[in-house]
Design a protein around this ligand. Structure first.
Ligand SMILES: [Zn+2]
Length: 316
């Protein structure tokens, strides 16, 4: 397999509170296709074996994954894939059904590239570390990475902010956990605490400065907060599926700002400044930020009603 690169859209950073809830941590990358001879030369030294094929999905590995593991994982991938499709209602299903490759790699190989749990490539390959096989969290990792691949196919590699892409990816984790009835209280509480600890300054950077945004440690959770803000505070119950319309409009040539405005009937600039003001106003009462959102249920009311210092998340 040739891997050409590589312009990262995200998120595989070592410092985060999600280390202990690592399934919820976004450890994915979307790597765009441009020539990168170095990476290509390195990738050419490994040979992927095709372990299993089913329709548009293939499972490959350069390491010691077995055909039996591949068959079992393919079932999970297809289930997560269908779930993501059912949430997003993509307009162009044919475009979605292009070749999809699950690449299982050893932890040593993942660690060599300083990757986290998983990452996605623009060519429809998503790479997952083998130690996740057998871990229930792998289902949610699939939903997250496949969400990125579907979104990428819809926006065709054009410019969409990192926070919006990751907000969508993390929302796939949340919704798929609900669907599978997986207990996500620990991860949900951790995310709620990050939301309560977000500063207006960092969120301004995340929402307005693409270059700096990807280096902000709370970018993914800020993206999740952004979606919840639309859903709950702006009273848009279908805020998540509408993200799909934003991706599609960008794929058809609109700017993100235009696509956002057309889809949500809101000015992006006004929404961003409203969110920043909201964070300023709730600085002393951060529990207010998650009130009415799905993250409220994950936090015991005592924790949620503490002050910013008591409810902060950075050191937990
Ligand atoms: Zn991600």
């Amino acid at each position: 397999m040739k891997i050409m690169d590589l312009s990262r859209i995200t998120c595989d950073r070592p410092r985060t509170i999600f280390l202990e809830f690592s399934w919820a941590r976004c450890s994915c990358l979307i790597l765009l296709l441009t020539l990168a001879p170095l990476v290509e030369a390195k990738a050419a030294t490994t040979v992927d074996r095709v372990l299993y094929e089913q329709g548009f999905l293939q499972v490959v590995s350069p390491d010691r994954a077995t055909a039996e593991q591949a068959r079992a994982l393919a079932k999970k991938v297809l289930a997560a894939w269908k779930f993501d499709l059912s949430v997003m209602h993509w307009a162009n299903l044919n475009e979605m059904q292009k070749l999809l490759t699950l690449r299982l790699v050893s932890d040593a190989r993942m660690n060599e590239g300083h990757h986290g749990r998983a990452y996605s490539l623009a060519n429809g390959t998503f790479v997952v570390r083998m130690s996740l096989i057998g871990d229930p969290s792998i289902d949610l990792t699939f939903a997250h990475e496949l969400g990125h691949i579907q979104a990428y196919r819809a926006f065709r590699g054009r410019a969409v902010p990192h926070y919006f892409i990751e907000g969508h990816g993390l929302m796939m984790n949340v919704l798929y956990a609900d669907q599978l009835r997986q207990d996500r209280r620990a991860a949900g509480a951790a995310q709620g605490r990050v939301m309560m600890a977000l500063t207006p300054e960092e969120v301004r950077t995340i929402l307005t400065d693409e270059e700096k945004s990807k280096r902000e440690p709370n970018m993914e959770v800020a993206g999740l907060f952004f979606v919840e803000y639309l859903r709950v505070r702006k009273n848009i119950p279908d805020a998540v599926p509408r993200m799909g319309r934003v991706f599609e409009l960008v794929g058809r040539g609109r700017t993100y700002e235009q696509a956002f405005g057309q889809t949500y009937g809101l000015s992006l600039k006004r929404t961003v400044s409203e969110i920043i003001n909201y964070l300023k106003r709730t600085k002393a009462y951060p529990a207010e930020r998650i009130k009415g959102t799905r993250f409220e249920e994950y936090l015991p009311s005592k924790t949620a009603s503490t002050s910013r210092d008591g409810g902060g998340a950075e050191d937990q």
